[in-house]
Write a protein of this length. Structure first.
Length: 379
């Protein structure tokens, strides 16, 4: 199954196959003309039907569909290189693209739009970082990581000889365990939200923060990212099968939809414990008729900004540490799985991590499980 997707004025062919990973594969058609895009999509579908083209594997679109080779771009200055790079990355998730835009705006702004690409050296990157004393070490690593993508883009196109971002001397990352929402944090937040409801029961705002009350109780049992929370819908009310809760099967499906792409680009199915199913059943019974969203406000789709603002409001109200964030509810889920001795590959799958290397940060929570494994091996 294939469809056209338009992002930033350019069309993409999007193929869907629930048996593939990722389930959705997006191919840039390199055109702003809808008629031309439809014609190319038709050719791609024909060749797929004949078994002559696989969007997930081939990568031979120019050869197969007679596209003209991409014209060589003028990347002689940082300003031109930045614009070309961002245009080529137009298919990325909006949040990812905004990060690229912000970091590259700061970098190019420091050296100047007209700075010659061929004169770029690692010392310029180091001077840029040194120009802002207030940058945390983690932010410095993030900045160089994102500028590094631009550097490698220039290397691939012959404008630079090597990846100079690898030559920048950066402070080493200090491994820190993820900071999870504790049962004590959760209890204080729930009490504060409930107290707010009781005080304002007569002024029409009683149900204002029901979505936050549900989130604080539920997400430590599901481990969703913030962007996934706002797109989660009820099975049977959603037009797209992705990002849905199936209470009969006691599962949550997290996958790409027409208006949402998962962080790793891959889908996952999360089994729900009975406690989560009970909370969801009650939430569905309260949900306005026809509203497809699990987390909603007045039957309308919840905005991430409203969710984050509400969480921050009650966190401050009960004097919890600043590090307690929405993401802490997701950390709580993985930490509890690790403490229960869940295998790392299973945790990675439930969390939607791109590799188990990301999941290893949670294994600090289960040292006793580690002792159990070595005793079984050597006892």
């Amino acid at each position: 199954m294939a469809s056209l997707v338009c992002q930033r004025g350019y069309f993409y062919a999007q193929f869907y196959d629930s048996s593939r990973r990722p389930q959705r594969k997006k191919i840039p058609l390199k055109t702003k003309e809808k008629r031309a895009a439809r014609r190319l999509l038709g050719r791609m579908e024909d060749k797929c039907a004949l078994g002559e083209y696989d969007p997930w594997a081939d990568g031979r679109e120019h050869e197969l569909f007679g596209w003209e080779p991409e014209p060589e771009r003028d990347l002689s200055t940082l300003g031109k290189a930045k614009e070309a790079f961002l245009e080529d990355r137009g298919h990325l998730r909006p949040e990812t693209l905004r990060t690229y835009e912000e970091v590259l705006r700061l970098f190019v702004g420091f050296l100047g739009e007209g700075f010659p690409t061929e004169r770029l050296r690692s010392r310029q990157l180091e001077k840029w970082l040194a120009s802002t004393d207030s940058l945390a070490d983690a932010t410095k690593r993030k900045y160089i990581k994102h500028v590094g993508y631009l550097i490698r883009y220039l290397v691939e196109r012959g404008w630079l000889e090597e990846d100079i971002s690898k030559q920048v001397d950066l402070p080493k990352a200090v491994e820190q365990p993820p900071r999870a929402l504790t049962e004590g944090h959760q209890r204080k937040l729930i009490q504060a939200i409930q107290a707010h409801h009781q005080r304002h029961a007569g002024d029409g705002r009683y149900n204002t923060y029901l979505y936050l009350l549900l989130l604080v109780r539920l997400n430590p049992l599901m481990g969703l990212r913030a962007s996934e929370l706002t797109h989660l819908r009820w099975k049977g009310r959603a037009s797209d099968p992705g990002m849905t809760v199936d209470l009969e099967a006691r599962t949550a499906l997290v996958s790409n939809t027409n208006d949402f792409t998962t962080k790793a680009g891959r889908g996952r199915t999360i089994p729900l414990p009975q406690k989560a199913t009970t909370l969801l059943e009650k939430a569905r019974d309260r949900c306005p008729k026809g509203c497809p969203y699990v987390y909603h406000t007045g039957g309308e789709k919840l905005k991430y900004s409203a969710l984050a603002h509400a969480f921050c409001r009650f966190r401050k109200k009960v004097n919890l540490p600043d590090w307690v964030q929405l993401h802490s509810t997701r950390h709580a889920y993985a930490t509890q799985l690790a403490r229960a001795g869940t295998p790392i590959n299973v945790i990675a799958r439930f969390m939607g991590h791109s590799s188990t290397a990301v999941t290893e940060q949670y294994m600090h929570a289960s040292p006793k499980q580690g002792h159990r494994h070595v005793e079984e091996a050597f006892g």
